[in-house]
Design a protein around this ligand. Structure first.
Ligand SMILES: Nc1ncnc2c1ncn2[C@@H]1O[C@H](COP(=O)(O)OP(=O)(O)OP(=O)(O)O)[C@@H](O)[C@H]1O
Ligand SMILES: [Mg+2]
Length: 595
């Protein structure tokens, strides 16, 4: 998992292919983008005006007053220039504020669109994709990687543009003001550029190191918190703490190294820029003494020169922003390019009111590249029939359900519902016909009501209450502080397993699918809950085809027929009596359970 969070060592700062794909995301905001560029140009104009006004003041009224001693008129003139200076500074501030606001909006909007797209795309991918990709990696794609792109849009593109304009513009103006002085300054400039980029290169490695450490730390914490129960149960606190200590120390070292780099970077940059400034002072000092240039001009030149250093420093920084953005874009587009292995057919066979006939016809299946989990499995279930599936752990029972809902595709053979191969059906239409009550009921953040009707506003509250009443979930729900409006927290950590299953039964009744699938919890359930769940099951079974994956004999009681699986094969089928008579696998299971 950690490797997926690490950044590539080499990476292009500009990749035309990726940029072409990013442009459509920026396109809806092109007007505001252009506006922000205009604001930047306005800021640049203000930057040019300020040193010029200062020069006018120094070489005009101040120099005049020194020559003729008329302080009064000099002050009046100076007052006017100071007012202009204040006004320009205020305008620049307003432009800058506007620019930041516009760019933040644009960046966040693009980010929002990208996240939405990535999320909806992830939802469309088949479960096999989620088997291959750990949760942490997917979370990073949708959060960190997209966040990195934000930097590209908000500060990257426009700032780089601004900086380039500024560097070129300032050099042109400098040449215009005083060509020889500019020549002196420009001799030192390449050194500054080289030093900046050399250090950034170094810093990039240090940052990569930090990010790697941070992601290791995160991954470790995530695992530990999720498994806290196990950690405490097995008294593993000390061992886990030691491992955490190690990871934590690496994290600290990486940070210290990065900061060391920083603390060298700024002084070095300052050293080079001070040397350039010293050369300029030396040269212009002589020129002022000789009367070749005026002091105000020197001041203007000096301030403008200062404008040159920041963009150079910034550009080397942006290089890294571009580089990480390209790496992130690569990963995000990699995700968006991922095609679902489960493709809906072009012209699906309609399945409006399914009868609920199920057929497995010589089905062989395995997960990913793995071995066959089901081998040559064939059986039929008539509409309205109740089937129990039994078998040891890992026999392939849950896999049958995964194939029925076409969460995975078979390797060979056919799975048919109402006589149609599931690959001919629209997966959404198919899944709507299958009501699932799983071992581990998943509750969404939200209230109980929404967890039963799953956000389908077409389902009335009355219908939800009715369903809850029928399965006997109403008792515990109404006992909650806010009844049906009680919030479910942390995937239902505050509900018991039995309560969650009752909610799941209520879901099934509310949606009224043709097929009911129960994948029963192996966990021990107290007799009272067992009675409740059995009653809920009875209510939910009526009028439906059912597959009951059962560990408890009480559930098998409801079945018309029992299928016995062993190592991925259907080994026995028949009623309870018939199977006991056969004295085979089922008989043995039965003996084990009844003691
Ligand atoms: N997503 C998956 N990726 C890879 N292998 C899987 C996956 N799910 C299940 N398997 C493997 O497939 C086999 C059958 O698993 P399955 O979940 O169908 O068993 P089961 O009969 O439901 O067991 P249990 O009674 O414990 O629920 C097991 O060997 C299991 O390790
Ligand atoms: Mg299972």
């Amino acid at each position: 998992m950690t490797t997926s969070l690490e950044e590539p060592i080499h990476g292009k700062a500009y990749d035309a292919r990726l940029v072409r794909r990013l442009i459509p995301f920026a396109r809806p905001y092109r007007r505001r983008f252009a506006g922000s560029i205009a604001l930047l140009l306005g800021m640049f104009a203000a930057d040019l005006v300020i040193p010029y006004v200062i020069r006018l003041g120094v070489d005009g009224p101040i120099a005049d007053a020194r020559a003729d001693g008329d302080v009064g008129s000099a002050l009046r003139e100076l007052g006017g220039l100071v007012a202009i200076l204040g006004a320009v500074a205020a305008i620049r501030l307003a432009l800058q504020l506007g620019q930041l606001l516009v760019m933040t909006q644009v960046g966040q909007s693009i980010l929002h669109d990208l996240r939405l797209k990535a999320f909806s795309h992830l939802q469309s991918l088949s479960l096999s994709y989620f088997d291959r990709n750990p949760v942490g990696r997917l979370v990073t794609r949708v959060t960190n990687d997209i966040e990195t792109l934000n930097e590209l849009f908000t500060s990257g593109v426009s700032v780089v543009f601004y900086d380039l304009v500024k560097i070129v513009g300032v050099i042109v103006v400098l040449l215009f003001i005083e060509p020889r002085l500019t020549g002196v300054a420009l001799i030192g400039l390449p050194i500054l550029v080289v030093v900046s980029f050399a250090f950034r290169n170094h810093a990039r490695h240090a940052y990569r190191e930090i990010r790697t450490r941070v992601s290791r730390l995160n991954a470790f914490l995530q695992e530990c918190f999720q498994g806290m129960r196990v950690v405490q149960l097995f008294n593993q606190e000390r061992r886990v703490l030691e491992r955490f200590d190690g990871i934590n120390a690496e994290h600290r070292k990486a940070h210290v190294r990065a900061h060391l780099n920083w603390s060298l970077f700024f002084p070095s940059i300052d050293l080079v820029s001070t040397a350039i400034l010293a050369a300029v002072v030396w040269y212009s000092g002589l020129a002022i003494v000789d009367g070749e240039i005026q002091f105000g001009l020197f001041l203007q030149f000096w301030m403008m020169l200062g404008y040159l250093f920041d963009p150079i420093r910034e550009l080397s920084e942006k290089y890294n922003v571009f580089q990480s953005a390209m790496a992130s874009a690569e990963r995000v587009f990699g995700l968006l390019d991922e095609r679902s292995e489960i493709e809906a057919p072009e012209k699906p066979v309609p399945l409006e009111a399914a009868r609920g006939a199920i057929e497995f016809d010589q089905v062989t299946f395995g997960y990913g590249e793995g071995p066959d989990v089901l081998r040559d499995v064939s059986f039929r279930i008539a509409p309205g029939e109740k089937i129990a599936i039994v078998g040891a752990t890992g026999a392939g029972k849950t896999t049958i359900i995964n194939l029925l809902g076409r969460y995975y595709d078979v390797r060979s053979g056919h799975v048919r519902v109402d006589g149609h191969d599931v690959r001919q059906l629209d997966p959404r239409a198919l899944r709507r016909q299958i009501g699932l009550v799983l071992q581990d009921v998943f509750l969404f953040p939200g209230d109980i009501l929404e967890n039963i009707r799953l956000g389908d506003a077409g389902i009335s509250e009355e219908r939800v209450h009715e369903a809850a009443r029928l399965v006997g979930a109403d008792r515990f729900i109404e006992g909650l502080p806010d009844g049906y409006r009680s919030e479910v927290r942390e995937r239902g950590a505050t509900q018991s397993v039995g309560e969650k299953q009752l909610i799941a039964f209520a879901r099934v009744l509310t949606f009224d699918p043709a097929i009911l699938v129960l994948d029963e919890a192996t966990a021990h359930i107290d007799p009272e809950t067992e009675r409740l769940l059995q009653r809920a099951l009875e209510k939910t079974l009526t009028g439906r085809t059912a597959i009951l994956i059962a560990h408890r004999l009480a559930t098998i009681r409801h079945a018309d027929r029992i299928l016995v699986f062993h190592h991925g094969q259907l080994r026995e089928a028949g009623t309870h009596e018939e199977l006991v008579e056969q004295r085979g696998l089922y008989h043995r299971l039965h003996l084990l359970q009844s003691g």
